[in-house]
Design a protein around this ligand. Structure first.
Ligand code: 5GP
Length: 216
């Protein structure tokens, strides 16, 4: 059966901090085990509970700069005073093995990937909070950040939201379950795009050939 062999997708999820993109990205990987999570490299120190190689590959500024120099990062950006970047090798491997890969990255990274050689494989989704009050409430509730850090994230949120129109899909996250269902629909539809189905033209040819041999 043709159609199962397709190019993997790069699913970019961006939003201001606290709008739900990390939860949504992780839910995608639980929903379909062929969707991988792009584990970024960062110079930010780990937060309590974060594990090396699971949330991030935590590294020193020197290690990060080596990754950059060797061309091992698909994109990189400075966010909240720390460096973040998406490793290139897992993306190449995922695409070739028809796996999708989801990125929880900011608008700077989204723009770099959308302008890269992977542009055609990329689906960009921006998640908006229902209101700024709600965004602050979610940031305060999750308790990961000091009040100074919450203020910093609110400041960056404005900058992030200004880039909403660079994304193909824009969702308001009123309800995490509903938003997740919408993201699933986007992924399902994007997988079916003609150019992503490597074997579809061969399959159509087989169908057409079948007309010739068809017994009436
Ligand atoms: P946090 O430190 O709270 O985990 O992430 C801070 C911000 O950096 C979030 O907006 C997150 O999406 C973004 N980020 C995480 N990894 C990357 C990356 O590899 N590249 C870019 N450009 N942004 C990233």
């Amino acid at each position: 059966m043709a159609g199962h062999c397709r190019r993997g997708l790069l699913i970019i999820l961006s939003s201001p901090s606290g709008a739900g993109k990390t939860t949504l990205a992780r839910r995608l990987t639980s929903w379909d085990s062929s969707i991988e999570f792009s584990v970024s490299a960062t110079t930010r120190p780990p937060r309590p509970g974060e594990q090396q190689g699971r949330e991030y590959c935590f590294c020193t500024p020197e290690q990060f700069s080596q990754l950059q120099t060797k061309g091992n990062l698909l994109e990189s950006a400075s966010v909240f005073g720390h460096l973040y970047g998406s490793p290139r090798a897992p993306v190449e491997a995922a695409i070739e093995s028809s796996h999708d890969i989801v990125f929880d990255i900011d608008w700077q990274g989204g723009a770099q990937i959308a302008a890269s050689t992977f542009a055609k494989d990329t689906v960009t989704i921006f998640i908006l909070p229902p209101s700024i009050g709600e965004l602050r409430r979610r940031l305060e509730l999750r308790g990961k950040d000091s009040s100074h850090s919450v203020d910093l994230r609110m400041c960056k949120a404005k900058d992030e939201i200004r880039h909403w129109s660079d994304y193909s899909y824009v969702l308001i996250n009123n309800d995490i379950d509903e938003t997740f269902e919408t993201i699933k629909s986007i992924v399902i539809a994007e997988r079916m795009r003609q150019e992503r189905q490597r074997e579809i033209s061969g399959f159509v040819q087989e169908l057409l050939d079948e007309f010739r041999t068809e017994k009436k």
